[in-house]
Design a binder for this molecule. Structure first.
Ligand SMILES: [Zn+2]
Ligand SMILES: [Zn+2]
Length: 341
């Protein structure tokens, strides 16, 4: 037997529990730790028995509660390596400046410090303090020069102008510290407990985003959200599925007239953005596995979609196909019921 419960789905937070008889996995942790624990309890899923957290990609609506929850439950987190690195970078405070600005900054610092020292010494002039002052200034200048040269060496051979400079080295447990990290490759198959997992690459503007098919005792459940379109590898991955959580992000007309700036609209509509209702309906009409027993549509945009529009469109598409799976529209504010097969 397998179970899927969507704890939250939408632009403001995503998380789903997948369980077999012996294994329990949380896919994404895009709500606060407290809210995730609350919703698991409401769904009758015991958080203390979670075996692992699996991350689709590093966007904040999928990871906002991750480190706190993983540390609290002391369980491993499965990522692809690029996703883990992107997540760590996201949590590491950094300042960005161009190489030439950095050189200016160092040069200015050097002059200011030399001036300050000279001014301090100037008050009590005698030949011996002048010599001491010059020695002091040149020692400071040398120290700055060696920093400058070391940085020049670091930058040597690197072509882009913009570099990220760590604001402070992490000394103690940082926000990206996790009890254990396990890597899988996007597109590979692996197992957690008695759940077999097939990962597949999805087209989305993140480091290495993935969707998943989970299988145990012949039951297959899949999760595919955050994708700009449905490429052949995703269609191939979503065969022989019993429960499918699929994105239906926005209504194109609502998005066009909606409140987002044009650049964001282009991002959402782009090939690495999110599935529109019409593209999702097209998938239901032409490609969805006819054996799907429960279809959950999710990751709805808060501003550019409405659950009833999603439901009506999907019903029409399924009717054209002559299919009648159980249809659920997952939301942001409450968890779904438990879908068990
Ligand atoms: Zn995303
Ligand atoms: Zn998302």
């Amino acid at each position: 037997m397998m179970r899927m419960t969507v704890l939250a789905s939408g632009s403001k937070g995503n998380s789903t529990v997948i369980s077999s008889a012996r294994t329990r996995i949380l896919v994404d942790a895009g709500l606060s730790c407290r809210e995730l624990l609350k919703r698991m309890a409401l769904a009758g899923e015991d958080a203390s028995t979670l075996n692992a957290i699996l991350i689709t990609h590093e966007h904040i609506d999928h990871v906002s509660g991750l480190s706190v929850l993983a540390r609290k439950l002391k369980i491993p987190v499965f990522f692809t390596e690029p996703t883990h690195q992107a997540w760590v970078r996201m949590l590491t405070p950094r300042t960005t400046m161009t190489y030439s600005r950095w050189l200016e900054h160092i040069q200015r610092e050097k002059e200011e410090r030399a001036c300050a020292t000279a001014e301090k010494e100037a008050g009590a002039y005698n030949p011996s303090t002048e010599a001491a002052s010059i020695a002091h200034i040149s020692a400071e200048a040398e120290a700055l020069d060696s920093t400058l040269n070391r940085t020049r060496r670091i930058y040597a051979g690197a072509d882009p102008d913009v570099r990220e400079v760590a604001a402070a080295p992490a000394k103690k447990a940082g926000p990206a510290e996790l009890p254990a990290v396990e890597y899988f490759r996007a597109g590979s198959d692996f197992s957690i407990g008695d759940i077999d997992i097939s990962s597949f690459t999805i087209p989305h503007d993140a480091a290495d985003p993935c969707g998943f098919v989970f299988e145990s005792e012949g039951i297959r459940m899949a999760l595919a959200t955050d994708l700009g379109y449905v490429p052949p590898n995703v269609k191939a991955a979503l065969r022989r599925i019993d429960v499918l959580l699929l994105e239906s992000n926005h209504d194109l007309e609502m998005l066009k007239v909606g409140p987002y700036p044009w650049s964001v609209k282009q991002r959402v509509m782009g090939r690495n953005g999110h599935l529109s209702n019409s593209v999702t309906c097209d998938f239901l009409e032409n490609d969805m596995d006819s054996g799907v027993q429960t279809l959950i549509l999710g990751h709805l945009s808060e501003h550019n979609n409405h659950p009833e529009i999603v439901r009506m469109g999907a019903e029409q598409s399924l009717l054209k196909r002559g299919l009648a799976p159980r249809l659920v529209v997952a939301g942001q504010k409450t968890n779904t019921e438990v879908f068990a097969y």
